[in-house]
Design a protein around this ligand. Structure first.
Ligand code: PAF
Length: 284
């Protein structure tokens, strides 16, 4: 069963009636297989899953794509329905507010800032972005009170920011990071891929290929770090990189001396579209 909810009042009434623990998948809609993998996981663990579709204005900068971000509710609902096919025991409550004031009522004036983590890498290129993300996710957690919430690891820094917020504010929710889903040739699925022309799609493979080259050079060994960094320096001669960096996977520190796991994060620009990707690597 899929039930659509468009107002906060209806959501709160429903949540009050459902006594059981529930899973939660927050999204901005325009669903693809990556989002559906989060829903599938949530449905494996819970009979009742909340799923939000809300293009959050607070996480877009003034010159970003808030206006043109694809809004495809009818198609999204069909996809959710298809995941539920043959599972009469499961319920998905889709919270898709039509008016942003349902989430941020007039006069709403608070913001959540996860200090250190939000200001590097993606946060440096998009000032205020993670404050917008943390603020909406906090608000959704407050309304939905999930036991577990599912996030794709494609947005690895976002995952770490949310996890840190939950730890710092002692929120009673478990954050589950789910693997990146890729096209056959390696491009990580993203709603923004549809901004790419067929030619740009081919060129965009350079992002995943570069991550793989650096990972291959590193080969899981601290002793190869200098070589991997040299390779990164060479790759980022291409001016389309916003960044390509090796960071500690737990706290995004650039100091990897004591790291056991690192993340290689990259953002490559194709025209006006920014493509994000990352790999998680062990380091011995
Ligand atoms: O990852 C996203 O789609 C968004 O940043 C999120 C977590 C739904 C918050 O708007």
């Amino acid at each position: 069963m899929v039930k659509i909810i468009t107002t906060t009042q209806e959501l709160q009434e429903l949540r009050g009636k459902l006594k059981r623990a529930a899973g939660f998948v927050p999204t901005m809609g325009n669903l693809h297989a990556g989002h559906l993998s989060l829903l599938q996981q949530a449905l494996q663990e819970y009979d009742e899953v909340f799923f939000s579709i809300f293009v959050n204005p607070k996480q877009f900068g003034p010159n970003e794509d808030f206006g043109k971000y694809p809004r495809t509710l009818t198609q999204d609902l069909e996809l959710i329905q298809s995941v539920l096919a043959g599972r009469p025991d499961k319920a998905v409550y889709v919270f898709a507010p039509t008016d942003p004031s349902e989430i941020f009522p007039a006069g709403y004036d608070s913001s959540i800032s996860v200090c250190g983590l939000s200001h590097w890498l993606e946060g440096k290129v998009r000032p205020g972005h993670f404050e917008g993300v943390a603020t909406v996710v906090y608000r959704l957690f407050e309304l939905i009170k999930p036991e577990r919430a599912y996030f794709g690891l494609k947005d690895y820094q976002q995952y770490l920011v949310i996890r840190q917020m939950v730890r710092d504010l002692c929120l009673p929710v478990q954050i589950i990071g789910m693997p990146i889903i890729r096209e056959a040739e390696g491009l990580a699925l993203s709603s923004r891929n549809q901004y790419l022309s067929p030619e740009q799609r081919k060129q965009a493979l350079v992002l995943f290929e570069s991550l793989q080259k650096v990972a291959h050079t590193l080969n899981g060994k601290k002793a190869n770090l200098d070589q991997a960094r040299d390779m990164i320096r060479e790759l980022i001669q291409d001016p389309n990189w916003d960044y390509l960096e090796l960071r500690d996977a737990e706290n995004l520190s650039p100091d990897l001396n004591t790291s056991q796991r690192v993340t290689l994060l990259g953002v490559y620009r194709m025209g006006t579209t920014r493509l994000l990707d990352n790999l998680q690597l062990e380091l011995a």
